[in-house]
Design a protein around this ligand. Structure first.
Ligand code: NDP
Ligand code: A1CAB
Length: 270
């Protein structure tokens, strides 16, 4: 079984490790390098994986996953000794493959990936772009790993910033919408557990309908129309949302996110 080492056992590192364990990956082949010792101990206790240091991880791993904050990536990678062949998969927002390659031993195959936290439940969207030394085998290794925890798609690296703004950060937008709906329901008198159940099931169900391609790809506009009876309740709600500029807010938010990712890349020579 492929030995995977995750450098950084924070939120996305845990989502990947937890998703891999849930998908049946042998926990003994999953290594984590996490400088926060209580957190590392907690991951070991809950997931049955192995905590180790960067040198040991680099020696043992077939795939080295970078899951630290963008500003920590250079330090983590420069501590990786040259040695055996391995694929480096970076989950860091904004950091270009050219920068990753500069910080790694010459010729290291690098795959830049924008994942998202639904990894934890096997429903990630992972957007991949290969670096200069990543051949089809290297990209295939990354895809095989990530398909255990969701879907993958390859894009040219120039599209990674927009991908970050849709699928990487996107779960946060949807959680905010869910939170706002729950609070609205509570404000109108529903008990919080009931409001939470109604909204969670609605988000899950709507997602299921949107991704069901039995009759071809679904169109969200048509699905919305199917809920909207002429002169009915949904039309009243949608009119209110449009009057508050919901579409423009999303367009601006996605652009701000794209720009933030682009600025990170620019800071590292991308
Ligand atoms: N969270 C998300 O939804 C997504 C995150 N990403 C990307 O994933 C990366 C990680 O994000 P996230 O998981 O949210 O961040 P976190 O801060 O939750 O996790 C990073 C972890 O790595 C640890 N760490 C940092 N440097 C080292 C080191 N040298 N050795 C060992 N451990 C180290 C940090 O410790 P300490 O707390 O002490 O710094 C922290 O526990 C980022 O680059 C982000 O852009 C991508 C897509 C989605
Ligand atoms: O907010 C961030 O910077 C990271 C990248 C995408 C999701 N979370």
């Amino acid at each position: 079984m492929t030995t995977v080492a995750v450098l950084g056992g924070g939120r996305i590192g845990e989502a990947l490790l937890g998703g891999l364990v849930a998908a049946g990956h042998d926990p003994a082949s999953l290594l984590v390098v996490e400088r926060d010792t209580p957190r590392a101990d907690d991951l070991v206790a809950r997931l049955g994986i192995v905590a180790t240091d960067a040198a040991d991880a680099a020696q043992r791993a077939d795939v080295l996953v970078v899951a630290v904050k963008p500003q920590d990536v250079q330090g983590v990678l420069e501590a990786v000794p040259a040695g055996r062949d391995r694929v480096v998969v970076s989950l860091a927002a904004g950091i270009p493959t050219a920068a990753l390659e500069r910080w790694l031993p010459a010729g290291t195959p690098v795959v830049r990936v924008m994942p998202n936290t639904p990894m934890l439940v096997g429903r990630a969207m992972c957007v991949l772009s290969p670096g200069a030394h990543a051949d089809d085998d290297a990209v295939g290794t990354a895809e095989t790993l990530l398909r255990a925890v969701g879907q993958t798609v390859r894009v040219p690296e120039a599209q990674q910033d927009v991908a970050t703004a849709l699928s990487g950060s996107g779960p946060a937008y949807l959680f905010l919408v869910a939170e706002a709906m729950i609070e609205a329901g509570v404000g109108l008198g529903l008990p919080r557990p009931v409001a939470t159940q109604l909204v969670s099931a609605t988000v899950d169900g709507a997602g299921g309908v949107l991704t069901d391609d039995t009759d071809g790809p679904a169109h969200p506009g048509l699905l919305r129309e199917a809920v909207t009876s002429p002169g009915g309740t949904t039309a009243a709600a949608l009119r209110t949302l449009e009057s508050h500029g919901l579409r423009a807010a999303f367009a601006d938010a996605v652009e701000s996110c794209r720009d933030a990712s682009r600025a990170l890349g620019a800071a590292y020579g991308g």
